[in-house]
Design a protein around this ligand. Structure first.
Ligand code: ZN
Length: 459
């Protein structure tokens, strides 16, 4: 089965063929680590984690090399460190750890490489020197700039004509660049800012050059897949292409993938509107990580996604159904099988998660209808295998329902279930029925089986 991916470069859905199937390479622009990641930051992490899982399933776990960086030098970081009165690495270490914890709660696997920009400054300096030597970049007192006019291909990803970019916004402190659309590779340091020595002057790297240097250092000059949010196409990814391809005379990435933006009540999420919600806030509000992951995957990755409590409630109800089916079969030993082909085919079709979710739902129906032990073992195995590829169903089903009720309520439910077990043992059927009804009013369904009584949220 071919994996098909929409390539922003060609604007078409293409069969994906890695240059070397034993070494599949993917890079996704990571987080600028100075504050808590919001739910919009989590979308590319989850989308490309799903692709990482699909590629590993097809090419083998060790064949896929996935790098996602931490941008740990940036104006916003410098400002945050100055406000807190600490060195920048105090801020960046803390928020890189928080980022990994938060997306880890959404079952995002740790990428193969997580390079930090500040660990690759010598690579950036070498790349800038190469660009200056070839005439693609020039040094002036405020820094080193890429000369957009020297790159005939500039604009090929975003499909902007060079003339449209001439009227680029003026950037403070960049008055000496030759052309307004030229962009900084290196910024001369201001007093009190972190800086590095370079042949072209003391300073710090620009944002775009960080990714170009880290990609070459970690994965090579040409990679199979480069991903990121739609908002990065221009200027960030356009500039990565300009730098890397001018220096290496080879394509930077063969496939460019971009996820759509998250909105909140149809409005763009932004600090100024104040409609940003962080992953941590959602977890603290007792939404489970898998619920947040499912909600993020409920729409197609290329489309915008409108975030709301209703979206989370729907995601929780869907996962309840999956966990309920697994719980019902808790005494059945799952057969060891691969994820069913219809489910994998949905994901392989440009990560069509709505279709994959429909397949998961069909697998639940299958599991609920299975009667014979062999059918049940196979149905449970298929559901678990598909869930694992999707990055869900990783919790114990009883724990899942406990966690979604909250531990306090779960203990009260446990006590009622135990009273009901005692009433049944004493053949006090009226009392057992009364307790079952009381539980039902709380939205709890009791399931009796050979190994005791389990409970779940009523669907
Ligand atoms: Zn990047």
């Amino acid at each position: 089965m071919h994996i098909r991916l929409t390539n922003t470069l060609s604007r078409a859905k293409e069969n994906f063929t890695p240059a070397d199937p034993s070494r599949v390479t993917m890079y996704v622009c990571g987080s600028t680590v100075y504050n808590h990641p919001h739910i919009g930051n989590a979308r590319p992490a989850v989308v490309f984690d799903l692709l990482f899982r699909l590629l590993r399933a097809k090419y083998g776990e060790r064949a896929v090399l996935y790098a996602s960086n931490y941008t740990d030098i940036d104006d916003k970081i410098i400002r945050a460190a100055a406000e807190a009165g600490v060195e920048i690495d105090v801020i960046t270490d803390k928020f890189a750890r928080i980022y990994r914890e938060d997306v880890g709660a959404l079952n995002v696997l740790t990428p193969t490489f997580e390079p930090r920009a500040t660990a690759h400054v010598p690579d950036m300096i070498a790349l800038i020197e190469k660009l200056i030597a070839s005439g693609a970049a020039y040094a002036v007192p405020s820094g080193v700039y890429f000369s957009v006019a020297a790159d005939a291909d500039y604009g090929k990803l975003s499909r902007r004509a060079q003339e449209d970019m001439q009227a680029g916004a003026r950037v403070e402190g960049e008055d000496d660049k030759r052309n307004s659309s030229d962009f900084a590779l290196w910024k001369a340091s201001k007093p009190g800012e972190p800086s590095w020595d370079a042949p072209f002057g003391v300073g710090r790297p620009g944002w775009h050059i960080e990714c170009s240097a880290m990609i070459a250092a970690q994965l090579g000059e040409t990679i199979d897949i480069h991903g990121g949010g739609l908002d990065l196409i221009f200027p960030h990814h356009e500039n990565e292409i300009a730098q890397s391809e001018s220096a290496n005379h080879a394509p930077l990435a063969r496939v460019w993938m971009h996820n759509g933006m998250l909105t909140m009540e149809k409005e763009k999420m932004s600090k100024s509107i104040g409609n940003i919600v962080t992953v941590r806030e959602l977890l603290d509000a007792d939404w489970q990580g898998e619920t947040i992951r499912w909600a993020l995957l409920s729409g197609h990755y290329r489309a915008p996604l409108d975030w709301s409590d209703d979206l989370l409630k729907q995601a929780q109800a869907s996962l309840d159904r999956l966990y309920g089916a697994v719980l019902r079969l808790k005494d059945v030993q799952a057969e060891s099988v691969e994820a069913p082909s219809a489910f994998v085919a949905a994901l392989a079709d440009d990560l069509n998660t709505p279709a994959a979710i429909a397949e998961l739902s069909a697998l639940v129906t299958n599991a609920n209808n299975a009667k014979k032990p062999a059918e049940q073992a196979k149905a449970k195995g298929e559901l678990l295998a598909a869930g694992a590829l999707f990055g869900v169903l990783q919790a114990d089903p009883e724990q899942w329902f406990r966690a979604s009720f909250g531990e306090h309520a779960a203990l009260a439910i446990d006590a009622l279930v135990a009273e009901r077990v005692a009433a049944r043992a004493a053949k006090n059927w009226a009392e057992a029925d009364r307790i079952r009804d009381a539980l039902s009013e709380k939205g709890v369904e009791v399931m009796d089986s050979g190994s005791g009584s389990a409970w779940r949220r009523r669907g």
